[in-house]
Structures are given as structure tokens and as C-alpha cells.
Design a protein around this ligand. Structure first.
Ligand SMILES: C[S@@+](CC[C@H](N)C(=O)[O-])C[C@H]1O[C@@H](n2cnc3c(N)ncnc32)[C@H](O)[C@@H]1O
Length: 423
């Protein structure tokens, strides 16, 4: 006998269960889809009445069954090198900063977490980009952890066989270099990338983070499905497991500002990411003040870097069909001379340090921290106009900031304005 249809009350019960268990908000528009998932699950379990399924969800086996249901109802859309500009920023700015920061230490461990990794494409992309940035000479120990609430997704991620759908927009060069064909026409990341990654089933709302001292967290297109208070709880956990000064990447349409005050927002061209502020680690207080916000440029208007930079006009726009790691945003006059930044590369831009020995309250503010990092990010993306604007904003806040004064002088000298540079 086919399972009976699901009533409005049943749907409301499911909504509540899913929200409580894993933060998932299932809107009315997805009611029919949710009903279909539940009917299929009931048929698998040979249950005919929803009340039987409800009993199961409320029983001692409920937590496991709730995870199964959440895993099937969650949106698992993903593909390799999704949002190419974020991968570029990771490779050009974030990894070289991390390398520079550890220069004087013996710590050569790099921990990356793909939280809500679905079938693993994001975690393997992290491994590939890290492998490109950090040479394979045994000095750096790279560890990528992929976690998701969905057991089938994690099982698929571990197997690592991917079909054409996962390669939307991945350029041929990257495919040839980092993937190998299998006999059934699918593709796998090469062993050197696969062995850097491990996967675990984890409910972000419930479980503890997979490890501590993480350098970079990618949690993209996950919190968009959460209610704000649940997103806040998850971000607080991420903040706790990130190193001080660690980085967080969210999806393009997700904004951290409402959920946490532990991070500075860094904007580079048309992409943005977050940096954990030194000294912020504990759970969030309920009245979140919002992340340190930075408006780029005196006008406060954020535009694409190609619009601001006269020399970058005519450059190809960011597009998922181009090599996500190529330097498409670079000014054409110097493009030929460039190469990718890697850890051994002394040209790698150092992370902005330069705090005064006894910084005043202004110098410690998230906004100042953001502007410093942002100026460096623009410099390393070679968006000189945007870097100059960030430095001007920084000097308005901290007029005596030595690094900013020096940065501005160098930019002026680079423009040939030596008089202004000396001044
Ligand atoms: C749209 S996919 C995003 C995949 C990848 N991050 C990306 O951007 O390409 C969202 C993933 O979040 C997972 N997810 C949703 N709620 C979760 C939770 N409470 N704990 C862990 N993972 C969750 C889903 O199972 C799904 O695989």
C-alpha cells in the first residue's frame, strides 16, 4: 500500500523537527518536495501512515532518522572551483599571507575545513589550490577536512568519482593537471589531491568542529538555508575553532555582518571574505555588533575593480568559464611578467602586521584591521587604485599609521609622483 498523503499539520511538524535538528528552514514552496522525500523514505521503511513515521522521529532512534531526513532534504548543489574569484583570492592573498606569517616559526601545518561540503567538490578544490600554493617538498603538512550532514553525500565524497556536472566551468588545463579519467567515463581528483582530504558526517548545529586551530574555513551556501539565530550559533563555533587571524569564506549571497562581531570583512574587487580578529574567540554575546565593515573608497561605493582601475579596462570579466586561478584581473601591461604566488615566492605579499607597540583604541578597531588587510589584498591583486583608496581610508582613521604612510608613498612613487611621495 502506498504511503498516505501528508497533511498541513504533518508538514509543520517536519518543519519544526528539521529546524531544531540541523537548522534547516524548509519554506512552504518546498512542501511538495519535502512530502515526496518523506513518502519515499516511508516506503523504504515499509510504513504506510505518517503517524508511524512521526513516532519514529520522536523515538530513541529519532536523532539518526532526523539526520537521514535532513540529508535528503538539504540542497546539495556544488561543483569544482565554484565562485572562481574566491579561489583566486585564496591563492593570491590568503595562502601567501599564512606562509609569511609562519616564516619565523617552525609551524608548517595548514588546516582547511569545507563545512557543508556536500559531495566533496569544494574540499577537493581546497586541496588542489593548497597543493598549487604550497610546494610538495614535505615542509608543509596540508590537511583538508570535508564535513556534511548528509551521509550519502559524504559517502560519495569519499569515493571521489565525479561526473560532468561537477566540472561546470573548470578549464581544460586544470582538468588535465588535477583529475584523472576512470574507465566508466567519470573523473577523480589525482591521488596527490585525494590524500590530503578526509571526510566526516557532521551536523554543524549540533556537533563540535572536526578539529581546532583551523587556518581557513569554507562554509559556502549552507547558512543561507538557516534561521539567523542558528547561523549565529554555527558562526560562533567556527570562530572558536579558527586560529586567531584565520579566514572564513561564505557564499556570495551570504553576509556575516548580522551574525558575528568576531571578524573583519575584507573585500577584493567583486569578492569578499572574513578574517578573525585577534583576541576574539569566545561565544557570541547576544547583542552582536556586526562584523567590522569596510567601505572601499571615500565615496563608500563598492565597484568592480576593473571599473575603478583605468589600466584594467578591456580585461576579461570574471567568469566561471575561465581558469579560476589565472590572473584575469591583472593590468595587461605587466600580465606577461607575472607568475602564480607560492609559498616559497618571496614576492608573496606579507600579511599586514605593523601594529604599534601600544596601539590606541582606534588602531585596534575592526575597521582599522579590515582596512590594513584590505589594502594589502588590493595590492596583491594589483588593483592599485583600490589599494590607494583603502590606504586613504586607513589614514583618515589613523593619520600616523606608518605602514599606510609608507604604502601611500610607494604608490605615489610608482605613479611617478615623487614630490608627493617624499611629502
Ligand atoms: C548547497 S550545498 C553547498 C556545498 C558547497 N559548500 C558549495 O558551496 O558548493 C549545502 C550543503 O550543506 C549541508 N548542510 C545543510 N545543513 C547542514 C548542517 N546542519 N550540518 C552540516 N551540513 C549541512 C547540506 O547537506 C548540503 O550538502
Amino acid at each position: 500500500m502506498a504511503p498516505e498523503p501528508i497533511s498541513g499539520n504533518d508538514f509543520r511538524f517536519l518543519q519544526q523537527v528539521l529546524r531544531q535538528t540541523c537548522g534547516l528552514v524548509v519554506p512552504e514552496e518546498r512542501r511538495e518536495q519535502a512530502a515526496e522525500v518523506v513518502r519515499n523514505r516511508m516506503a523504504e521503511l515499509e510504513l504506510t501512515h505518517f503517524r508511524q513515521y512521526r513516532c519514529l522521529l520522536e523515538s530513541c532512534c529519532g536523532p539518526d532518522e532526523r539526520m537521514v531526513l535532513a540529508g535528503r532534504l538539504a540542497v546539495g548543489e556544488t561543483y569544482f572551483f565554484r565562485h572562481p574569484s574566491q579561489w583566486r583570492v585564496l591563492q593570491r592573498c590568503v595562502f601567501p599571507w599564512i606562509a609569511a606569517q609562519r616564516d619565523n616559526t617552525t609551524d608548517r601545518r595548514l588546516r582547511l575545513w569545507s563545512a557543508g561540503c556536500s559531495t566533496g567538490e569544494e574540499a577537493y578544490t581546497l586541496a588542489i589550490v593548497a597543493r598549487q600554493a604550497f610546494p610538495e617538498d614535505g615542509r608543509w603538512q596540508i590537511e583538508v577536512i570535508g564535513t556534511d550532514i548528509s551521509e550519502p553525500a559524504i559517502a560519495a565524497a569519499k569515493k571521489a568519482y565525479f561526473s560532468e556536472r561537477s566540472f561546470r566551468g573548470v578549464p581544460e588545463g586544470l582538468r588535465t593537471a588535477y583529475f584523472e579519467a576512470t574507465s566508466d567515463g567519470r573523473q577523480r581528483p589525482i591521488k596527490e589531491a585525494r590524500q590530503l582530504v578526509r571526510f566526516e558526517c557532521l551536523n554543524l548545529l549540533d556537533g563540535s568542529p572536526p578539529c581546532r586551530d583551523i587556518d581557513v574555513v569554507f562554509c559556502r551556501n549552507v547558512l543561507i538555508y538557516f534561521a539567523p539565530e542558528d547561523a549565529r550559533r554555527v558562526v560562533a563555533k567556527m570562530s572558536q575553532c579558527l586560529r586567531s587571524g584565520g579566514y572564513l569564506f561564505l557564499g556570495q549571497s551570504e553576509r556575516l555582518e548580522r551574525w558575528s562581531n568576531d571578524f573583519a570583512t575584507i573585500r577584493v574587487g567583486d569578492t569578499f571574505f572574513y578574517k578573525k580578529l585577534p583576541g576574539s574567540a569566545g561565544p557570541l554575546d547576544s547583542g552582536s555588533r556586526g562584523a567590522g565593515r569596510v567601505r572601499c573608497g571615500a565615496s563608500g561605493v563598492l565597484r568592480r575593480s576593473s571599473e575603478r582601475h583605468p589600466r584594467s579596462q578591456g580585461q576579461p570579466a570574471d567568469s566561471s568559464t575561465r581558469d579560476p586561478l589565472s590572473r584575469t584581473a591583472a593590468p595587461s601591461s605587466t600580465a606577461g611578467k607575472r607568475r602564480r604566488l607560492s609559498v616559497g615566492d618571496r614576492q608573496g605579499p606579507p600579511e599586514p602586521r605593523g601594529r604599534a607597540a601600544n596601539p590606541g583604541p582606534q588602531e585596534q578597531s575592526p575597521e582599522v584591521e579590515s582596512l590594513r588587510t584590505q589594502a594589502m589584498a588590493h595590492l596583491c591583486a594589483e588593483d592599485l587604485q583600490a589599494a590607494a583608496e583603502a590606504l586613504e581610508d586607513l589614514l583618515r582613521l589613523v593619520p600616523e599609521d606608518t605602514q599606510a604612510l609608507l604604502g601611500r608613498a610607494l604608490l605615489k612613487a610608482g605613479e611617478g609622483d615623487c614630490e608627493e611621495a617624499v611629502r
